[in-house]
Write a protein of this length. Structure first.
Length: 304
């Protein structure tokens, strides 16, 4: 049956799509730079908030934190850059024709999220890098990456009506399970970091009271489950001759996960060196991004 073109919500234009994609990159970048703050022991480089030092929003010479103040302040400035990108995405969503409420809603959620991140960052500093607030900082970023991916993927869709699954129900459920297990891996990753040697400041050691080796093993076990699900999904899509786009996205995920696993085991057996930890954090963002993209390739939306 022909679809009424009067209700068509065309995909967004090239520039709007690029702004939405830049949002994802920026969300991941702020996670990596936040990790660099922690790895260089610069978490309290600006010991107050919102000021960097008493009475000054920017670093001053009299501060005892040395170069750490510039690293922490730089990360704070990147938050403002991210906010500008999100504002750009919100404006682009509002200017898109026909106007699509779902895109505006996602962009607005990102704006609220970056404001919440600024508050959580302040709490993290004021509580002396409490591991719970540090972990919350990262987990909120994971949620914001998911929203940014949703904004981009929905922007590429032609309609905003009901969803139609393009694969067997079992495969669709498996893709959703991948997202759930992927988020569990992210949560366990924050616990591994929060219980390990990189507390975020050379003078303040504030960690989760758990054995980092045990948490690392649990983290690795869940990753094994994730890898198994990924291969099972790839095989299922292949046997049912599903969309080549969907199959390609799953194999991209598998490639990233295997590389990430190699980095993870290497850092574990080499004493958790700072550089590898930073690369591992970047890899975690890549895995999360690749995972989130898969469900969108397994369904389509029809006209309202």
């Amino acid at each position: 049956m022909a679809i009424d073109t009067a209700v068509t919500a065309n995909p967004v234009g090239t520039w709007t799509r690029r702004i939405f994609a830049l949002n994802i990159v920026a969300q991941c970048a702020i996670v990596v730079t936040g990790a660099l703050v922690r790895l260089t022991a610069s978490g309290l480089g600006c010991p107050t908030w919102p000021d960097c030092s008493d009475g000054s929003l920017v670093p001053v010479e009299r501060q005892a934190e040395g170069f750490h103040k510039y690293i922490e302040f730089g990360n704070r400035m990147l938050t403002f850059a991210l906010a500008l990108i999100i504002v750009g995405a919100l404006i682009a969503a509002m200017r898109n024709r026909p106007r699509r409420k779902v895109l505006i809603s996602f962009a607005f959620l990102l704006f609220v999220g970056v404001a919440a991140q600024a508050v959580i960052g302040g709490i993290t500093v004021l509580t002396g890098l409490n591991p719970l607030s540090v972990a919350s900082h990262f987990l909120v970023s994971a949620v914001l990456i998911a929203v940014a991916v949703a904004l981009y993927e929905r922007g590429n869709e032609s309609f905003d009506g009901p969803r139609t699954t393009l694969v067997r129900k079992e495969l669709s459920l498996m893709a959703r399970a991948l997202v759930v297990v992927g988020f569990v891996i992210v949560v366990l990753g924050t616990v591994v970091t929060g219980s390990g040697p990189h507390s975020g400041d050379s003078d303040v050691v504030n960690r989760f009271p758990v054995d980092p080796r045990v948490v690392s093993w649990l983290h690795a076990d869940v990753v094994m489950i994730f890898v198994g699900l990924s291969f099972a999904l790839a095989l299922g899509l292949r046997l049912t001759q599903s969309s080549p786009v969907a199959q390609r996205r799953v194999w991209v995920l598998i490639a990233i996960v295997l590389l990430q696993g190699l980095i993870g085991y290497t850092q574990y057996f080499t004493g958790v060196p700072e550089l590898l930890v930073a690369v591992h954090v970047a890899g975690a963002c890549a895995v999360w991004w690749a995972t989130l993209r898969i469900p969108y390739a397994l369904r389509e939306r029809t006209a309202t």
